[in-house]
Write a protein that binds this ligand. Structure first.
Ligand code: UDP
Length: 402
């Protein structure tokens, strides 16, 4: 059972007491979160921790997952890509299926709550199928800095019905949206199996179980197999690093239920590195094991996040929390977490040599790696832990449900 007081030893009594205070006017209020997957990706990760904690402080917080056919998730993945700037062929069929799936779900999903929080585009049209009796919040985790205009216009038709929009970064606030837009930076939960402290013995046990060798420095990227995470680019960077320093690469990516592109991209990557896999230089992992992710983030010499677009990048937060040095793209939410040269390195996602040089620097200078690690953990502790997000939501709910 998740319990807010368990976090005292990490964030201190003042933070915890402040949260209890903020929850006082919200006892028994019914809040509903809806998203499209319970597993895989950052949103599921956050809701897994947030929903129980909201209940622990006295709110009746529910969490439901919108059901959909593979067709729906194939369309909404195209929407996701287009919101991040890709072109889209927005046909009437796609629009219809998207709206129809939401209507179908609404038929057997009764909402009598005091506030509804809709996460990302998949369940966005739901609002249209209810008599609106409470505030509705649209929480968008996607990088909205440069959305495809046609799609944005279409989605705006639903968004305008909402009371408030939450985005992950100041850069994603939209001038053409005449609604209040708050910024909630995403967070990690330090007490989950993915982020909790684990012993060296357990770390080694899990690495061994999944065939990860640590006889050479390990470079790792943990990300869904998604073109925005640029796994193919990671391999190119790895080859450049390996010319200078012998090392191994792990690409670890579980398959999210709402991301049908994962398997195709995984296959493409695995064909591309077939010979490196056979040599043992590269390891691809598709397990959903959180302790393995934890062990990889702890034991890698460098964690990479070579995204082309990145809403926030929880994988960066997770690595910083474990004091592991990170080299990541200077895009989306990543610069909120890494100050170049201070607690990690930033690089242009298209500059493979730049990425490789920075990895090499970390591999060569362990003292620098240590320093980055310490500062990284402090930054996460002060800004990006679940207790902060819980506070943000309590403030918002207090404002909306006065
Ligand atoms: N993740 C995981 N296993 C994997 C790949 C990713 O558990 O094989 C988790 C990762 O640890 C992080 C989340 O999925 O908590 C990804 O969040 P992020 O913000 O980095 O990217 P998103 O997938 O939301 O685009």
């Amino acid at each position: 059972m998740k319990n807010l007081s368990d976090y005292r030893k990490i964030v201190g009594d003042k933070v915890i007491s402040e949260i209890y205070k903020r929850a006082r006017k919200l006892y028994g209020r019914r809040i509903l979160q809806i998203n499209s997957t319970y597993l895989g990706g950052g949103v599921a990760e956050i809701l897994n921790s947030l929903a129980p904690l909201m209940n622990d402080v006295g709110i009746d917080a529910g969490w439901r997952i919108i059901r959909g056919t593979p067709d729906l998730f194939s369309i909404t993945k195209k929407f996701h890509n287009a919101l991040q700037g890709d072109p889209i062929n927005l046909t009437e069929i796609k629009k219809k299926l998207y709206i129809q799936s939401n209507e179908d779900f609404s038929m057997y999903t009764h909402i009598n709550h005091d506030c509804v929080i809709i996460n990302d585009p998949q369940p966005l049209p739901l609002i249209q199928f209810y008599k609106k009796r409470q505030p509705w919040i649209w929480r968008c985790h996607v990088d909205l800095s440069n959305p495809n205009e046609i799609l944005w216009e279409f989605l705006k038709g639903f968004i305008l019905r909402y009371d408030i929009v939450i985005v992950s970064n100041k850069k994603y606030q939209k001038e053409d949206l005449p609604l209040e837009q708050r910024i909630f930076h995403p967070v990690i939960d330090p007490l989950t199996p993915k982020n909790m402290d684990i012993s060296n013995k357990d770390t080694l046990k899990y690495l061994k179980k999944f065939g990860v060798k640590i006889d050479k420095p390990l470079i790792t990227q943990i990300s869904r197999f998604d073109k925005w995470k640029d796994p193919e680019g990671v391999i190119e960077v790895f080859k450049l690093v390996k010319e200078k320093i012998d090392c191994r690469l792990v690409l670890c990516g579980s398959m999210a239920h709402d991301d049908p592109e994962g398997i195709k991209i995984y296959q493409k990557v695995s064909q591309k590195v077939d010979n490196l896999i056979k040599k043992g230089d590269v390891l691809l992992i598709t397990s959903e094991n959180n302790i393995l992710v934890n062990a990889l983030q702890r034991s890698s010499s460098v964690i990479l996040q070579k995204s082309i677009k990145e809403g926030f990048g929880l994988t960066v937060t997770e690595a910083l929390w474990k004091e592991t040095p990170v080299v990541a793209s200077n895009v989306g939410g990543i610069p909120l977490q890494i100050e170049d040269g201070e607690n990690g390195f930033l690089a242009d996602p298209y500059d493979k040599k730049g990425f490789a040089d920075r990895i090499i620097e970390i591999l060569k200078y362990p003292d620098l790696a240590k320093e980055f690690g310490k500062r990284g953990k402090e930054l996460v502790k002060n800004n990006f832990l679940i207790t902060r997000l819980l506070s943000d939501y309590l403030n918002l709910l207090n404002d909306l449900l006065k």
